[in-house]
Design a protein around this ligand. Structure first.
Ligand SMILES: Cc1ncc(COP(=O)(O)O)c(C=O)c1O
Length: 386
């Protein structure tokens, strides 16, 4: 019986990050500079989009994108309740109302039909989330956006390397924002990246990300030495440092390898857990997408046994697990400030009631994966097929 605790999540490092970070520190240029520019260029090439902007978080990128699109007080932004609070809070920060609409039970992503029904003259943006790394139905969402002249801001926090109809998420919509938090498929410790094909929007987001200054920080302190600048809008401070960008450059080179490993682990789980089909459901997949397997959420939707029971059992077996996500409308803030209440979004509530994410990251050994599967079988008093 193994006694070491198997973490739910662990950042995957290639081994070259530390050496590169030391080089940056020794260069004497720690904040936004040549490494950020290099990381933006390389991410742009990887995604296949026209413009990128590296920031210190995905949250900051979403906030800047909404602000750059002119979203403000009195406006409405449509989003999914099935997300991390960042996606809702950024809307609130602009002064707009987060208009939540329910998800599609087959994907757990925002339901385009319900999005269309929620549009009002006040709607200024649609903010879908590619839950767990499975792309939303982007044709439907972009079509709605086009017909109503409303931009679609993709929360691609989970979706580095995910594809939709043969194209990388972030390469073809209005604007998308990725996260490089340590739990994500690639990391910079903390960080995010905006992608867009719209040069004016890219420029405006860049201004919002750094105080509204009309010049880049390294244009001011670098070789050009120009001390003068103008402030053209009341921007925020979300710039990425060169120290973090250099980690991102190393990680990006490994992203496809990391994602391949994730998909191998997902295949193992799908195969080995299929013997529990009468108790659990496996994560949704769709035919026209490449899933990056950021998360592996299973549902205990065909059994009397509870998600809480499984989490407790796994903890006893020294295995971490997590729940993604507590729907936004079940938080007291969203209820008090925006009038949401339990029962408002029955599809997401049904999914949430019995969902559990099991560990999935490239660092899991074959033994770790077998241990996880055996424990889940054990919870159901069954013998694992291993
Ligand atoms: C769906 C979603 N959106 C946004 C974020 C925020 O990302 P960051 O921590 O990079 O700001 C997260 C983080 O976990 C997330 O899961």
């Amino acid at each position: 019986m193994p006694d070491s605790f198997l973490q739910y999540c662990r950042a995957t490092l290639s081994g070259d990050e530390a050496e590169e970070v030391v080089k940056v520190i020794e260069s004497g240029w720690l904040t936004t500079g040549p490494n950020v520019a290099g990381f933006e260029k390389e991410f742009k090439e990887y995604i296949g989009c026209e413009h990128t902007l590296a920031l210190n978080s995905c949250t900051g990128g979403l906030h800047c994108a909404l602000s750059a699109l002119g979203v403000g007080a009195g406006d409405e932004v449509i989003t999914s309740p099935f997300t991390f609070v960042a996606s809702g809070h950024v809307i609130v920060w602009t002064g707009a109302k987060p208009v939540l609409v329910d998800v599609d039970p087959n994907t757990f992503n925002i339901d385009p039909e319900k999005v269309e029904k929620a549009i009002t003259p006040k709607t200024k943006a649609i903010l879908p989330i590619h839950f767990a790394g499975l792309s939303c139905d982007m044709d439907a969402l972009l079509d709605i956006g086009k017909r109503h002249n409303i931009p679609v801001i993709e929360d691609a926090a989970h979706a580095a390397g995910s594809e939709y109809k043969g194209k990388k998420v972030g390469s073809f919509g209005d604007v998308a924002v990725f996260s490089f938090y340590p739990t994500k498929n690639m990391t910079t410790g903390e960080g995010g990246m905006v992608t867009t094909n719209d040069p004016e929007l890219a420029d405006r987001i860049r201004k919002f990300a750094f105080f509204g200054i009309d010049k880049e920080v390294w244009e001011r302190y670098g070789k050009k030495q120009g001390w003068q600048y103008d402030i053209i809008l009341p921007g925020f401070k979300y710039n990425m440092s060169d120290v973090l960008a250099t980690i991102g450059r190393v990680q990006l080179k490994q992203l496809d390898r990391f994602n391949l490993k994730r998909s191998e682990i997902a295949d193992f789980y799908k195969k080995s857990l299929s013997g529990l089909e009468d108790c659990i459901s496996l994560p949704p997949e769709t035919a026209d997408t490449v899933h990056n397997w950021h998360l592996f959420p299973i549902r205990l939707d065909k059994t009397e046994k509870t998600r809480e029971g499984l989490i407790e059992y796994l903890t006893e077996k020294q295995i971490g697990s997590s729940v993604h996500f507590i729907p936004l409308h079940l938080f007291s803030y969203y209820q008090k400030a925006w009038g949401y209440k339990p029962g408002d979004f029955p599809v997401v509530e049904k999914i949430f009631k019995n969902i559990v994410s099991i560990p999935l990251y490239p660092g899991l050994t074959d033994g770790d994966q077998e241990r996880i599967v055996s424990a889940i079988y054990g919870f159901f008093d069954r013998k694992p097929p291993l």
